[in-house]
Ligand binder design. Sequence first.
Ligand code: 5GP
Ligand code: ZN
Length: 114
Amino acid sequence: MCNCIFCKIIQKEIKADIVSETENLIAIRDVNPQAPVHVLVIPKKHIASLNEFEKSDEYLIAEANILARKIAKSEGISESGYRLVLNTNSAAGQSVFHIHWHILGGREMTWPPG
Ligand code: 5GP
Ligand code: ZN
């Protein structure tokens, strides 16, 4: 049994503010939001990072993007703009080693990111 925090949220052992749930994904509000809208799209399958992502997992990329687009619309940031972020390993700031996409929006984003 996987012991990671997102697996526990997926298994409903730890509470989270769930925005959406599909067969293969869960979307939750980030506990430490970095923007007015900060939602995490998380595959239910435990994959530690993009480095462990396999060809057979590729359907998750399409599903995550489509769910992120849907959430951006329901959160009212489709037209103003939003960013999808996938941090991989420590230099990028990955802190939870269960792959996830951040949806960030509701404010102006700077580039390059910090
Ligand atoms: P990372 O740094 O790995 O790209 O992103 C992990 C994100 O998960 C962080 O933004 C962090 O605030 C969020 N996070 C960590 N633990 C929890 C939790 O227990 N619940 C929720 N909702 N978010 C969490
Ligand atoms: Zn996990």
